[in-house]
Ligand binder design. Structure first.
Ligand code: FEO
Length: 167
């Protein structure tokens, strides 16, 4: 069954949101590399990769329904953050924004009685719960470490290994 033009457009907006998320996380990774936090940088680089797979899923879904994606302009991301905690708080805030975009799409699909799109979006709803939880868990650890430089050094090593094991 075809999806409506307005649903296709709304999904296209989300496609660009996901690419913007990747761009923001690449910028955070660059800042972490510049500040000698390679573990956090790896974490963010992998997160950016996940965002591109989210965009890809939307691309394929639209393709499968005879629609195409359109690439919008990428917003210039923030370049530096005062601390890893500030960056992770921004990442969590961004994920909350993405969750609300996804929930809005689900409501739109329900309103249009578009069961296929609602089902497609269920994966994203679950993914957002995980993404918010993993950002929150890093925030909790960073708060625990506080100003302790050795603690930050240890945590940096830990997040890189953890993330690569989870991938
Ligand atoms: Fe694709 Fe992190 O939302």
């Amino acid at each position: 069954m075809a999806i409506s033009k307005s649903m296709a457009q709304a999904l296209n907006v989300q496609f660009n949101e996901e690419l913007n998320s990747a761009y923001l996380y690449e910028s955070m990774a660059a800042d972490f590399y510049a500040k000698n936090l390679p573990g956090f940088a790896v974490w963010m680089t992998m997160q950016a990769g996940e965002e591109r797979t989210h965009a890809e899923k939307i691309h394929r879904y639209l393709d499968g329904h005879g629609e195409r994606v359109f690439y919008g302009a990428l917003a210039e991301p923030q370049a530096t953050w005062k601390s890893p905690l500030e960056a992770m708080n921004d990442a969590l805030g961004h994920e909350k924004h993405i969750s609300s975009c996804i929930h809005k799409l689900v409501r739109e699909a329900r309103k249009a009685d578009d069961i296929a799109t609602e089902s497609f979006l269920a994966w994203f709803v679950d993914e957002q719960v995980e993404e918010e939880a993993s950002a929150q868990s890093l925030i909790d650890k960073l708060e625990m470490v506080g100003d302790n430089k050795f603690g930050l050094y240890q945590l940096d090593k830990e997040v890189s290994v953890r993330r690569q094991q989870d991938a």
